[in-house]
Design a binder for this molecule. Structure first.
Ligand SMILES: [Fe+2]
Length: 308
């Protein structure tokens, strides 16, 4: 396969992907649970892992979830950690343990890392749809284990993620609940995270990894790239994905002095496999923000160099 074809085969464009309203068969017949999934890398929490149109996952999956106001996702748990990153709207996430639920409302560019085996649900209590990126820390996660699905429990209990009346707590409350403290350590708000500006001319905001929530599977960072800033080709020993949030970025691969590149925009994804030399550059007048997912929990070992 040519370098160009291989490169093209690792890009997903938001505009040409489809949302799947039937990605989660367990929701069929429960309109209150309706949500749509756009699979970008692997299949995520959906059992539709035969979808060959997605990018092949290694250490993580990435998908977009769309949820309309008033809809929720029943409380469930995974054997592996799962991150929610909000693209638009406000998402309320609840964690449950022994009938007590802690809730937090997340806005654009906020993230929660749903810890391994922690029971979690979410809902859209706002007035606009929510779009979020879901990233599971395994290439092929097991199906979720539902704990308070409306098919097994009352509609009220399911909608409250398993909390009886009076047993829902806010993350901001002063309750001395171990669950509240655990959640507080796993919420990353954009406005609370410092941006580290690098000599190469762009900023890194660490969500998961050194300086953010402790990474146990993969790291997640935001890159803030001013106009006309780019980096020389670099190479990782694991895969790396970019999900563009704002602006348009030129991404490229380099092999034996030959470069192939393309500009991608909001909600587009590129997955660069381990061992592939690659680079990025902002050729436009508007700044770029993108979410970068790196397929390891090991600390950063890349020294970025500005493109001359
Ligand atoms: Fe989940």
């Amino acid at each position: 396969m040519s370098l160009q074809d291989d490169f093209q085969g690792h890009i997903q464009r938001y505009a040409t992907r489809q949302f799947d309203w039937n990605a989660f068969p367990s929701n069929a017949g429960y309109p209150e649970l309706a949500r749509a999934q756009m699979r970008m890398i692997g299949s995520g929490g959906s059992p539709k892992n035969g979808d060959t149109t997605t990018l092949r996952p290694e250490h993580f999956t990435m998908s977009l979830i769309y949820k309309e106001p008033g809809k929720f996702a029943a409380c469930h748990a995974h054997e592996i950690e799962e991150a929610f990153f909000i693209l638009s709207g406000v998402l309320t996430v609840g964690w449950e343990s022994e009938g007590e639920v802690v809730e937090v409302a997340l806005g654009p560019k906020d993230m929660i890392l749903n810890a391994r085996d922690i029971a979690h649900g979410f809902r859209n209590s706002g007035i606009e749809p929510v779009m979020l990126s879901v990233m599971v820390g395994a290439g092929k996660p097991l199906p979720p284990r539902y704990l308070y699905h409306p098919k097994d429990t009352s509609a009220e209990l399911a909608a409250a993620f398993g909390a009886q009346p009076g047993h829902t707590h806010l993350l901001t409350s002063a309750d001395e609940l171990p669950l509240r403290e655990l959640m507080a350590r796993n919420v990353i708000r954009y406005d609370n995270q410092k941006t580290h500006w690098l000599p190469a001319g762009f900023g890194r905001k660490i969500y998961v990894g050194e300086g953010g929530v402790k990474a146990t599977t993969v790291r997640k960072e935001m890159f803030l790239i001013p106009p006309f800033v780019g980096v020389r080709p670099y190479c990782r020993d694991v895969e790396e994905a970019f999900l563009v949030l704002e602006g348009h970025i030129t991404v490229g691969w380099e092999e034996d002095g030959i470069c192939v590149e393309q500009q991608i925009g909001p909600r587009d994804v590129i997955l660069t496999p381990a061992g592939r030399r690659h680079y990025f550059r902002n050729n436009e007048l508007t700044p770029v923000t993108l979410l970068c997912v790196i397929g390891t929990a090991q600390p950063n070992d890349i020294q970025f160099e500005a493109q001359s």
